[in-house]
Write a protein that binds this ligand. Sequence first.
Ligand SMILES: [Zn+2]
Ligand SMILES: [Zn+2]
Ligand SMILES: [Zn+2]
Length: 116
Amino acid sequence: MSRHQYDLVQCMKQPGTRVGKVCQQCDGRCPICDSYVKPTAKVRICDGCSFGHLGDKCILCGNGLGREEGSGSAAYYCLECVRQEKHREGCPRIVNIGSSKADMMFKKVSTNSLQR
Ligand SMILES: [Zn+2]
Ligand SMILES: [Zn+2]
Ligand SMILES: [Zn+2]
């Protein structure tokens, strides 16, 4: 059902204490299943994903949250994902936005080595 299940990868590192932030567009959306129903548990992201400029970006779409302190909304897991303990699996930030370029380069390199 999810649009991005196939081409987007989540970080899944051990979450730290920072709360994941989302932009207005993604407000109320569960980072696991995209549901807007019954937001239940606050999202925690790992230290790597809350560091520096990453902390100012939406964890779901990578949009900037604005410069002001406290901009963006806290992300929440939906009730269904909390029931299935999916919220314990790790940092849910989408990490491979814009990586299709890197994938293409990887394919090119592997084709070259096959030809040799
Ligand atoms: Zn967003
Ligand atoms: Zn969910
Ligand atoms: Zn992370």
